[in-house]
Design a binder for this molecule. Structure first.
Ligand SMILES: [Zn+2]
Ligand SMILES: [Zn+2]
Ligand SMILES: [Zn+2]
Length: 202
């Protein structure tokens, strides 16, 4: 039997989600294993697991919802033999760290958390332009894609303008008028962070 477990974690700073598979020997050295954001411009600490006794692990997670540290104790079998387990944020009532043998189940749980992201954002969103950090994060990512020539229109133009319309950002081709609406949401922000390009008129 191979003692390997799937892990998934969320960067509390840039909200990227990562998955990895780790072997039991990774935790035998007495030092904490750190889960770090893999984005080169972030590299934030996301979580750590330390083996504190032969049958005890301590999991600490920096919460993407409330910026607190949440911890949980797990047993050996809890980490290496269960199909799915999570660390939960008690404030947001959402799972923020995921581990277990069943990869599909883990992915399902991660998806549920991204839905909570979406909800907690749309509840708290006041609609005041420029006041929400999400808008500037989305705009920053759009600008990054723009300067990398990753935003274009089916007509071939790269002359695109952004406009804030209610709770959406509208991308408009200045040449042919094609547009694309991008709803302001954490889900879209995460998509944008991982996007390699946007084409208008699709
Ligand atoms: Zn990050
Ligand atoms: Zn929390
Ligand atoms: Zn166009």
């Amino acid at each position: 039997m191979e003692f390997e477990t799937n892990f998934a974690y969320i960067c509390p700073d840039c909200l990227r989600i990562y998955g990895c598979k780790l072997n039991v020997f990774r935790f035998s050295g007495g030092q904490a294993h750190k889960f770090i954001c893999r984005s080169k411009d972030c590299l934030a600490d996301c979580a750590s697991i330390k083996k504190t006794a032969p049958d005890q692990y301590n999991i600490e997670v920096l919460c993407p919802f409330c910026d607190e540290k949440h911890s949980k104790r797990a047993t050996f079998s809890g980490i290496w033999q269960r199909p799915q387990s999570t660390v939960r944020c008690p404030n947001a009532a959402a799972d923020i760290f995921f581990y277990g043998q069943d990869r599909d189940a883990i992915n399902g749980l991660v998806n549920r958390t991204t839905e909570v992201f979406e909800r907690s954002f749309s509840n708290g969103y006041t609609g005041v332009p420029g006041s929400d950090p999400m808008i500037s994060e989305i705009l920053m990512n759009l600008e990054r894609l723009m300067s990398d020539h990753q935003i274009s229109c089916v007509c071939g133009s790269e002359n695109i303008s952004f406009e804030l319309r209610g709770s959406s950002i509208l991308l408009i081709c200045r040449k042919c008028g094609s547009c694309k609406e991008l709803r302001i949401s954490k889900e879209n922000l995460m998509r944008l962070i991982n996007a390699s390009g946007i084409v208008l008129g699709h």
